[in-house]
Design a binder for this molecule. Structure first.
Ligand code: IDC
Length: 731
């Protein structure tokens, strides 16, 4: 057995395990062949795709060891490639795959803010600087900074106003220049904010007016209230306060996101649904949930689940991996569990806190005196964990584990508006924003004369990465050979002498006969200059068929003879001789027979590949005379292997309990409260409403006596939907 396992095989195997790593969707492929110069189709960005990527994130970050380089290096990132440059103005709205409205970017796509919260600005102003923020952006995977503006505790209303106003200005200017988001957090701690409501209204009216034209400022009107419920009709509750403050912000003409604190230190987010501000016509409003992993477990997670199921948009503006005191009691495993829950539900977060105070929640060791450009050894457990978590999520969503400061994905399309009409200034080429504050002079001017984007000129190339006769894995690379970033999404078409069983890093738009149309997967719609992006698929086919896609086009223009451009890469591990590779599973990865649950697919040479592949999904009539059992002798059982709130992996076993082989293929039907996103060891023959008809794959249509065939799929579903297939029949 070959020791070479190709990346695509690994990705495919990961998909089969229900754990796709979008980081495997490689970019940067340099090969260029077939030419196209067609205008791009503006691919309709699918939030379902994005949800799929989010689901693939499983947090397992360490707090002991950095998994990413933190060398104190700042990077030269063009504004258009920064988080705000790519994602623009944010809103709260509905997206497919999420039960509650969520943060959407300017292109209407779900977008997760990964934030760093400062400690109290009156105590730790030294961390509010352009360099500090840039370090977070470039090496920590952070795209947002939250400014903890305590009104009390010696803060804004108790002697520090002038100092804090200056820091707010410095912070917002720095964030604006760096293309980062910033939250102004009125850091109410442990009291009813109605007591200071006049002052709060004054504060937010001032800043909502001042930053009305900025895309990157969000307003958090009360950090952690206590002592009053969300709504009790008294006029002294959090609903009353939140409505008043939100209206004051809207009265300035500012439509940015407002985040409302909830009772019990922002834990009672489940109480909002009974009286949401949306019922008063107020939009772009989210509600706060805070947790500390050493203190808050299922009781608070369940509040989150309840809130989401009830349609409440949730924002975790603060959390820690310590206990609620912030001092100690770190629980990494629970923190990771929380992050998976947040990320799968596209919930934005900010971690407490950016300082070197001698408490466990601080990102920096107490001995660290530097206030920016930190190196790995200067970080605490909380800091290391935050880097590992945020970089990991950034890599999964961005589609590359190499990315750091730039957002390489997560948005389907570039802004369609002319940048010159954009109310948020790009501070790099133009140091004079229209916004009334004076930004500092940028240090890294770009060359505005260079072409910035293009929507034409893509090329495409297909390569078979492995072929085991009755199936193959194929990789298609879409290249942008130009000097400008390609934007607008892409569409590849081809004919295939076989059937795609699963496809990653792209989306099947249509499949008619042997003709496939595949578009980008939204996060890889844009392609950097002189780079490529790849999608891949697993397919079933006849042993004599070529796996090479034919008549390849990209954006509607013929990509030349695909036979010329396509190649079987890595000759050491590829074989057109199926008999040698009968131990490979459907994903092209070699397996040993004793690892298999499905003994029927170990001898593909004995099967009749075309049996059971008739277009209606029915077994073919011509059963061999020795096929003793009727098709109804089969039984099937479905089992949910893993379930992650809005998705699941399901395994279906087709049993032949008789003493004779079952030949001629099989067909399973069931109802499913969700959508299959990937299926392996079978073929979807039809899908109408919630009803699926699945037939065997070409290699497992025969089930030996007392054996079974196993197929599996991943699915997306709504939060409380069951993943269990119902009304399962098999024939
Ligand atoms: C803590 C700080 C601590 C400070 C204290 C009081 O870590 O140094 O002395 O506030 O100002 C919160 C609050 C946040 C707390 C944090 C940890 O929002 O202000 O910071 N925490 O106790 N909620 C839960 C925990």
């Amino acid at each position: 057995m070959s020791s070479i396992i190709r990346p695509w095989s690994r990705v495919c195997a990961a998909i089969a395990a229900g754990a796709m790593m979008a980081a495997g969707c490689a970019t940067g492929v340099a090969t260029v062949s077939a030419q196209s110069a067609a205008a791009a189709q503006s691919a309709a960005a699918s939030s379902a795709d994005y949800a799929q990527v989010m689901k693939s994130y499983t947090a397992d970050a360490s707090g002991d060891q950095l998994a990413y380089a933190v060398n104190g290096e700042l990077k030269d990132v063009a504004y258009k490639d920064t988080p705000v440059g790519r994602h623009g103005k944010l809103s709260i709205g509905k997206a497919a795959g999420f039960s509650a409205p969520t943060v959407l970017d300017e292109h209407g796509q779900p977008f997760q803010l990964r934030g760093a919260s400062t400690h109290g600005v009156q105590w730790f102003p030294q961390y509010i600087s352009r360099d500090a923020f840039q370090s977070l952006r470039d090496e920590w995977g952070i795209n947002m900074v939250r400014l903890a503006l305590y009104p009390r505790e010696g803060g804004y209303l108790q002697g520090s106003q002038a100092k804090m106003d200056a820091k707010i200005e410095e912070a917002v200017n720095a964030a604006n220049e760096l293309g980062m988001y910033v939250i102004l957090d009125w850091h109410v701690l442990n009291y009813n904010p109605n007591g200071d409501a006049d002052k709060a209204e004054e504060f937010f009216t001032k800043y909502a007016t001042k930053y009305k034209n900025l895309k990157n400022v969000l307003y958090e009107i009360a950090n952690e209230p206590t002592s009053t419920s969300w709504y009790d009709g008294s006029g002294n509750d959090l609903y009353t306060y939140s409505k008043r403050l939100t209206k004051a912000i809207r009265a300035t003409g500012n439509q940015s996101i407002v985040i409302c604190g909830t009772n019990t230190w922002s834990q009672d987010v489940d109480a909002v649904a009974a009286k949401p501000l949306s019922a008063d016509g107020l939009t772009n409003v989210a509600y706060t949930l805070h947790f500390y992993a050493g203190t808050h477990y299922d009781n608070i997670k369940n509040k989150l689940r309840t809130a989401l199921a009830a349609g409440t948009p949730v924002f975790v503006t603060e959390f820690g991996i310590t206990d609620a005191s912030g001092w100690g009691g770190i629980d990494i495993a629970n923190a990771n569990d929380w992050m998976t829950l947040l990320t799968r539900n596209n919930i934005s977060y900010a971690a407490w806190s950016l300082c070197n105070k001698g408490e466990g929640a601080s990102y920096l060791k107490e001995s660290t005196s530097k206030t920016s450009k930190w190196t790995g050894s200067e970080l605490s457990t909380s800091g290391i964990w935050l880097v590992n978590t945020s970089r990991r999520i950034q890599a999964v969503i961005g589609g590359t584990s190499q990315s750091s400061g730039t957002e390489t994905g997560g948005s389907a399309t570039e802004p369609t508006t002319d940048p010159s009409t954009d109310p948020t200034p790009d501070p790099t080429p133009d140091p004079t924003p229209s916004e009334p504050t004076t930004p500092t002079v940028p240090t890294e001017p770009t060359k505005p004369s260079e072409p910035q984007t293009t929507t034409t000129g893509l090329t495409a190339e297909a390569a078979v990465s492995s072929d085991w006769g009755m199936g193959a894995n194929v990789n298609v690379t879409v290249n942008n050979p130009s000097d400008a970033t390609y934007t607008g999404g892409w569409k590849v078409e081809f004919d295939l002498d076989g059937t795609i069983t699963n496809l990653w890093c792209g989306k099947i738009v249509s499949h008619t006969g042997n003709h496939y149309v595949v578009s980008d997967a939204s996060w890889n719609a844009s392609i950097a200059p002189k780079h490529g992006t790849s999608f891949g698929f697993g397919m079933t086919k006849a042993p004599t068929s070529s796996a090479l896609p034919a008549n390849l086009t990209v954006n509607g223009v013929a990509a030349g003879a695909s036979g010329d451009s396509s190649k079987v890469s890595g000759s050491t591990d590829s074989s057109a001789d199926s008999s040698k590779d009968s131990s490979k599973d459907s994903n092209g990865q070699k397996t040993s027979d004793d690892q298999k649950t499905n003994s029927s697919d170990t001898k593909p040479a004995d099967t009749k590949p075309s049996d059971g592949q008739s277009s209606d999904g029915q077994p073919s009539d011509g059963q061999p005379s020795d096929a003793k059992p009727a098709a109804s002798a089969l039984t099937a059982e479905a089992k949910v292997n893993s379930n992650w709130a809005v998705g699941a992996t399901v395994q279906v076993v087709v049993n032949n309990k008789t003493d004779a082989a079952h030949e001629g293929g099989w067909t399973i039907e069931f109802d499913l409260d969700g959508d299959i996103t990937n299926l392996w060891n079978g073929t979807i023959a039809s899908h109408k409403g919630n009803h699926y008809v699945i037939t065997n794959a070409s290699w497992n249509g025969t089930i030996a006596a007392k054996q079974n065939a196993t197929l599996g799929f991943t699915m997306s579903k709504s939060l409380f939907a069951s993943a269990e297939p119902t009304n399962v029949t098999v024939r």
